[in-house]
Design a protein around this ligand. Structure first.
Ligand SMILES: [Zn+2]
Length: 209
Protein backbone atom coordinates (compact mmCIF):
# COMPACT_ATOMS: atom_id res chain seq x y z
CA UNK A 1 0.00 0.00 0.00
CA UNK A 2 1.44 3.28 -1.07
CA UNK A 3 1.58 6.14 1.39
CA UNK A 4 1.41 9.84 0.74
CA UNK A 5 2.98 12.62 2.70
CA UNK A 6 0.82 15.57 3.56
CA UNK A 7 1.47 19.17 4.19
CA UNK A 8 4.29 20.76 2.42
CA UNK A 9 4.59 23.86 4.58
CA UNK A 10 5.50 27.01 2.79
CA UNK A 11 4.45 30.49 1.87
CA UNK A 12 4.29 34.08 2.99
CA UNK A 13 0.89 35.50 3.77
CA UNK A 14 -0.53 38.22 5.97
CA UNK A 15 -1.82 36.92 9.27
CA UNK A 16 -5.32 36.70 10.63
CA UNK A 17 -6.77 37.53 14.00
CA UNK A 18 -10.18 35.99 14.37
CA UNK A 19 -11.47 34.00 17.31
CA UNK A 20 -14.12 31.33 17.21
CA UNK A 21 -17.33 32.30 18.99
CA UNK A 22 -19.03 30.33 21.74
CA UNK A 23 -21.40 28.88 19.18
CA UNK A 24 -20.18 27.49 15.93
CA UNK A 25 -21.30 29.94 13.30
CA UNK A 26 -20.68 28.70 9.79
CA UNK A 27 -17.11 29.14 8.60
CA UNK A 28 -16.79 30.70 5.17
CA UNK A 29 -14.70 28.77 2.67
CA UNK A 30 -13.58 30.91 -0.24
CA UNK A 31 -12.63 28.68 -3.13
CA UNK A 32 -10.79 29.22 -6.36
CA UNK A 33 -10.23 26.60 -9.04
CA UNK A 34 -7.51 26.86 -11.66
CA UNK A 35 -9.95 25.01 -13.93
CA UNK A 36 -13.67 24.82 -13.25
CA UNK A 37 -14.59 21.38 -11.87
CA UNK A 38 -17.51 19.31 -13.19
CA UNK A 39 -20.64 19.76 -11.09
CA UNK A 40 -20.51 16.15 -9.94
CA UNK A 41 -16.99 16.55 -8.54
CA UNK A 42 -17.80 19.81 -6.76
CA UNK A 43 -20.95 18.40 -5.21
CA UNK A 44 -19.19 15.26 -3.93
CA UNK A 45 -16.32 17.36 -2.57
CA UNK A 46 -18.65 19.66 -0.63
CA UNK A 47 -20.80 16.76 0.59
CA UNK A 48 -17.74 14.93 1.92
CA UNK A 49 -16.39 17.93 3.83
CA UNK A 50 -19.86 18.34 5.36
CA UNK A 51 -20.19 14.67 6.26
CA UNK A 52 -16.78 14.73 8.00
CA UNK A 53 -17.20 18.09 9.75
CA UNK A 54 -20.94 18.30 10.53
CA UNK A 55 -20.85 15.59 13.24
CA UNK A 56 -18.12 17.66 14.93
CA UNK A 57 -20.37 20.72 14.87
CA UNK A 58 -18.50 22.67 12.20
CA UNK A 59 -20.42 23.92 9.20
CA UNK A 60 -19.08 25.67 6.13
CA UNK A 61 -20.50 28.15 3.68
CA UNK A 62 -18.83 27.87 0.30
CA UNK A 63 -18.18 30.94 -1.80
CA UNK A 64 -16.43 31.47 -5.08
CA UNK A 65 -13.50 33.76 -4.36
CA UNK A 66 -13.82 35.29 -7.83
CA UNK A 67 -17.42 36.33 -7.22
CA UNK A 68 -17.11 38.02 -3.84
CA UNK A 69 -17.91 41.69 -3.59
CA UNK A 70 -15.11 42.64 -1.25
CA UNK A 71 -17.49 43.85 1.48
CA UNK A 72 -18.19 40.52 3.13
CA UNK A 73 -17.48 39.91 6.77
CA UNK A 74 -16.80 36.44 8.08
CA UNK A 75 -16.11 35.51 11.68
CA UNK A 76 -13.93 32.65 10.47
CA UNK A 77 -12.75 31.81 7.02
CA UNK A 78 -10.29 29.89 4.94
CA UNK A 79 -9.19 30.35 1.36
CA UNK A 80 -8.84 27.16 -0.66
CA UNK A 81 -7.05 26.97 -4.00
CA UNK A 82 -7.56 23.88 -6.14
CA UNK A 83 -4.56 23.35 -8.38
CA UNK A 84 -4.62 21.70 -11.76
CA UNK A 85 -7.47 19.85 -13.44
CA UNK A 86 -10.26 18.74 -11.09
CA UNK A 87 -12.06 16.24 -13.31
CA UNK A 88 -11.92 12.46 -13.52
CA UNK A 89 -11.04 12.25 -17.22
CA UNK A 90 -7.97 10.61 -18.79
CA UNK A 91 -7.37 8.03 -16.06
CA UNK A 92 -4.39 5.74 -16.51
CA UNK A 93 -3.88 2.22 -15.20
CA UNK A 94 -0.79 3.26 -13.31
CA UNK A 95 -0.95 5.42 -10.19
CA UNK A 96 1.80 7.85 -9.44
CA UNK A 97 2.69 10.14 -6.63
CA UNK A 98 4.72 13.29 -6.91
CA UNK A 99 4.60 15.51 -3.86
CA UNK A 100 1.96 16.52 -1.35
CA UNK A 101 -1.76 16.16 -2.11
CA UNK A 102 -2.60 19.22 -0.08
CA UNK A 103 -0.76 21.81 1.96
CA UNK A 104 -1.56 24.61 4.33
CA UNK A 105 0.44 27.80 4.52
CA UNK A 106 2.56 28.55 7.55
CA UNK A 107 4.41 31.72 8.31
CA UNK A 108 6.82 32.03 11.21
CA UNK A 109 5.39 28.90 12.81
CA UNK A 110 1.85 30.24 12.58
CA UNK A 111 -0.80 28.41 10.60
CA UNK A 112 -2.55 30.64 8.13
CA UNK A 113 -6.05 30.11 6.72
CA UNK A 114 -4.75 29.46 3.23
CA UNK A 115 -4.67 25.97 1.87
CA UNK A 116 -4.04 24.33 -1.48
CA UNK A 117 -5.28 21.01 -2.82
CA UNK A 118 -3.63 19.47 -5.86
CA UNK A 119 -6.41 18.01 -8.01
CA UNK A 120 -3.83 16.52 -10.40
CA UNK A 121 -1.88 14.73 -7.69
CA UNK A 122 -5.01 13.35 -6.00
CA UNK A 123 -6.31 12.07 -9.35
CA UNK A 124 -2.96 10.55 -10.34
CA UNK A 125 -2.63 8.88 -6.95
CA UNK A 126 -6.07 7.24 -6.91
CA UNK A 127 -6.63 6.79 -10.65
CA UNK A 128 -6.04 3.03 -10.68
CA UNK A 129 -8.62 2.71 -7.92
CA UNK A 130 -11.05 5.00 -9.74
CA UNK A 131 -10.88 2.80 -12.81
CA UNK A 132 -12.36 -0.03 -10.73
CA UNK A 133 -15.57 1.99 -10.35
CA UNK A 134 -18.22 2.36 -13.02
CA UNK A 135 -17.61 5.36 -15.28
CA UNK A 136 -20.71 7.15 -13.99
CA UNK A 137 -19.51 6.81 -10.38
CA UNK A 138 -15.97 8.10 -10.87
CA UNK A 139 -16.63 11.83 -10.52
CA UNK A 140 -18.36 11.27 -7.18
CA UNK A 141 -15.57 9.03 -5.86
CA UNK A 142 -12.89 11.45 -7.01
CA UNK A 143 -14.73 14.47 -5.57
CA UNK A 144 -15.09 12.63 -2.28
CA UNK A 145 -11.32 11.95 -2.24
CA UNK A 146 -10.67 15.67 -2.80
CA UNK A 147 -13.03 16.41 0.09
CA UNK A 148 -10.98 14.19 2.41
CA UNK A 149 -7.75 15.93 1.49
CA UNK A 150 -9.40 19.30 2.09
CA UNK A 151 -10.90 18.17 5.43
CA UNK A 152 -7.38 17.22 6.53
CA UNK A 153 -6.04 20.65 5.70
CA UNK A 154 -9.01 22.36 7.38
CA UNK A 155 -8.16 20.37 10.50
CA UNK A 156 -4.71 22.01 10.56
CA UNK A 157 -6.28 25.44 10.22
CA UNK A 158 -9.21 25.14 12.61
CA UNK A 159 -7.60 22.90 15.23
CA UNK A 160 -4.66 25.27 14.83
CA UNK A 161 -2.05 22.55 14.87
CA UNK A 162 0.71 21.19 12.68
CA UNK A 163 0.45 17.81 14.40
CA UNK A 164 -1.06 14.70 12.95
CA UNK A 165 -3.17 12.01 14.54
CA UNK A 166 -5.39 9.23 13.30
CA UNK A 167 -8.37 9.03 10.96
CA UNK A 168 -8.66 12.07 8.68
CA UNK A 169 -5.82 13.67 10.67
CA UNK A 170 -3.27 10.96 9.81
CA UNK A 171 -0.02 12.11 8.30
CA UNK A 172 -0.28 10.16 5.09
CA UNK A 173 -3.17 8.67 3.18
CA UNK A 174 -3.37 5.46 1.22
CA UNK A 175 -5.47 5.03 -1.90
CA UNK A 176 -7.80 2.98 0.28
CA UNK A 177 -8.25 5.90 2.73
CA UNK A 178 -9.24 8.16 -0.14
CA UNK A 179 -11.64 5.72 -1.80
CA UNK A 180 -13.12 3.82 1.19
CA UNK A 181 -16.83 4.14 1.94
CA UNK A 182 -16.23 5.95 5.22
CA UNK A 183 -13.41 8.08 6.62
CA UNK A 184 -13.77 10.26 9.72
CA UNK A 185 -11.85 12.08 12.43
CA UNK A 186 -11.33 10.21 15.67
CA UNK A 187 -12.07 11.37 19.21
CA UNK A 188 -8.89 13.29 20.00
CA UNK A 189 -8.85 15.40 16.85
CA UNK A 190 -12.61 15.91 17.09
CA UNK A 191 -12.10 17.45 20.54
CA UNK A 192 -9.30 19.65 19.24
CA UNK A 193 -11.51 20.95 16.46
CA UNK A 194 -14.30 21.67 18.92
CA UNK A 195 -12.19 23.49 21.48
CA UNK A 196 -9.33 25.19 19.67
CA UNK A 197 -9.03 28.88 19.15
CA UNK A 198 -6.94 30.42 16.41
CA UNK A 199 -4.06 32.39 17.85
CA UNK A 200 -3.85 36.12 17.19
CA UNK A 201 -1.77 36.77 14.14
CA UNK A 202 1.41 38.74 13.97
CA UNK A 203 0.81 41.67 11.68
CA UNK A 204 2.75 42.07 8.49
CA UNK A 205 4.70 39.52 6.56
CA UNK A 206 7.13 37.00 7.88
CA UNK A 207 9.94 35.08 6.25
CA UNK A 208 9.68 31.84 4.36
CA UNK A 209 10.37 28.48 5.94
ZN1 LIG B 1 -1.28 17.34 7.54
Amino acid sequence: MKLVLFCLLAGVFPGWSETRGATFAPITLYTQFEQAPPGGVLEALQDEVASIMAPIGIRFEWRDLGKTGGHEVSAELAVVTFKGRCDAAGLLTRSKFEGALGWTHVSDGQILPFTDVSCDRVREFVQTGLLAFRVEDREAKYGRALGRVLAHELYHIFANTLRHGSGVAKESYSVQDLLADDFQFEAKETRMLQTSRPKPAVEGTAGTM
